[in-house]
Design a protein around this ligand. Structure first.
Ligand SMILES: [Zn+2]
Length: 274
């Protein structure tokens, strides 16, 4: 069983299929080919021809039990309108989490203007996923994407679960400490590479994730995600297979933690619900 907790259906480059339906078909093909049973699709912080809204994604995957949707938040335009829309989506029970994109957007996670997002997450009991570290955009300002900020959120919003996406890459040390210290913080291992892993960088990333798992020493904290189509799913599954972690950590990483954190109600091969 594999859960990919971090995928997108945005069109990032001209080589991605132009229509949303084609990209959706491609994602399902990739899931089948690589043994991924369930995936979360994250909407962007902007909506345009290449980036569907959470509403469009919900309509697209309606009735598909293998896909869940996470709603991206556009923080600089976070007014009553957007809060109302997000609140409506959350009330429908069809959104699994909210996603923030600091770095891609110029704000600090601790800014008071972002607090309504954390209050929404607390009210509806959904996690907040947070982009951290390197960005796929040269005009981003990565000081906003440093994972150490998540510690402040974890302390100030104890009833909210936070997910440090990409383990803060390359600030792994900061991310691992914040995850280790805070009961309400988790990490996903997505987005370390463009396309397939190249051997030299794969060795580096394997070392970092092994180190993170050893330091945290808790099988319930890390989750498998790819960032597809930015990273290749097959290459990522092989990457995860090469990690030097315990059997319990592997099971947690590959599906059990995501099933629990996102409340997916997935049943394990052993019949235990998580
Ligand atoms: Zn992503």
């Amino acid at each position: 069983m594999i859960i990919d907790c971090h995928t997108h259906l945005n069109r990032y480059s001209l080589s991605d299929p132009p229509t949303l339906r084609e990209r959706y078909a491609r994602l399902q093909g990739e899931m089948d080919e690589n043994g991924v049973g369930y995936a979360l699709v994250l909407s962007s912080y902007v909506v345009n021809d290449d980036r569907p809204s959470a509403d469009e994604l919900l309509e697209l995957v309606d009735g598909n039990p293998r896909l869940g949707i996470v709603a991206g938040v556009d923080v600089p335009r976070l007014g009553a309108d957007q809060i109302g829309r997000l609140s409506g989506l959350l009330r429908s029970g069809r959104i699994r989490a909210l996603k923030l994109y600091p770095g891609y957007q110029p704000f600090f996670l601790t800014d008071s203007e972002v607090h309504p997002v954390y209050r929404l997450a607390a009210e509806f009991g959904v996690p907040v996923m947070i982009h951290t570290g390197d960005t796929y955009n040269p005009s981003a300002r990565i000081k906003h994407a440093h994972p150490l900020q998540v510690d402040d959120l974890a302390v100030d919003f104890r009833d909210v679960t936070f997910i440090i996406c990409h383990l803060g890459n390359p600030w792994f040390t900061d991310a691992m400490q914040v995850i280790y210290k805070n009961e309400n913080v988790f990490g996903d291992i997505s987005g370390f590479t463009l396309g397939e892993f190249q051997p030299r960088y794969e060795r580096l990333a394997l070392g970092k994730v092994n180190e993170t798992a050893a330091f945290i020493n808790d099988p319930c904290k890390l989750m498998f995600g790819t960032d597809w189509p930015i990273s290749d799913i097959g290459s990522y599954v092989r990457f995860a297979e090469r990690l030097e972690i315990t059997t319990e950590e592997r099971e947690g990483l590959m599906w059990r933690n995501a099933a629990r954190v996102f409340g997916l109600g997935v049943e394990g091969a052993d019949g235990r619900r998580v």
